[in-house]
Design a binder for this molecule. Sequence first.
Ligand code: ZN
Ligand code: FE
Length: 256
Amino acid sequence: MNRIDVEQIPVLKDNYVYLVRDRSTGKVGVVDPAVSEPILERLAGLGWRLTHILNTHHHGDHVGGNLAIKAATGCTVVGPKADRDRIPGIDIALGDGERFRLGEAEAEIFDVPGHTRGHIAYWFRDSDALFCGDTLFACGCGRLFEGTPQQMWTSLGKLRRLPDPTRVYCAHEYTQSNIRFALSVDGGNAALRERSRQVDALRAEGRPTVPSTMAEERATNPFLRADQPDLARGVGLAASDPVAVFAAVRKAKDVF
Ligand code: ZN
Ligand code: FE
């Protein structure tokens, strides 16, 4: 049963900020507010009262609106325990296996380090919704600024297990360039080629390609497929160690 409404707000060059509203109590969280003004305006337009900020990690394009939004609304700031000292205004720090309740809607928390040292994802199981920040992107994953390939592969492994219909609400519209890269290492993947056509059509109309579903990601995202022989061949490795394949795919993307 879907307990939440989600509003998607494009800000800055390619960020998505999400408003998440618990239908039964009207509590509202904002996921990774990069900025404050467009968020406060949208809340006013909807007549929604903000109760929480839900941060995934410390980067400025995810926490930039925290203090102004907290000052304007008196909301509670929630973020990753492992990086609590880098989240402006944090009140509640969460880590792996903990739960967060937004009214009647409950999110399970995953620690997903790799992009940054402390990064969490929020999974609203009942509502088939995952807010994963810069860890998992549509057909891509975040750069390894503060973590290792082993860490990121383990983090993505936690997300890859989620059910097929899970909607993947990532924080950037990077899909088209991600797919161009994915085709360079997994060009024989028919599902990927079909996704490429769909995404090009959406972008040609100026529409978002996010959220995707976990079923799509498992079938087409090269960073979730490092244990597949095709991907290993795509980066010139024998199919043996998924971490080595993952590292090679990530490195190839960094210079693509
Ligand atoms: Zn980031
Ligand atoms: Fe970001």
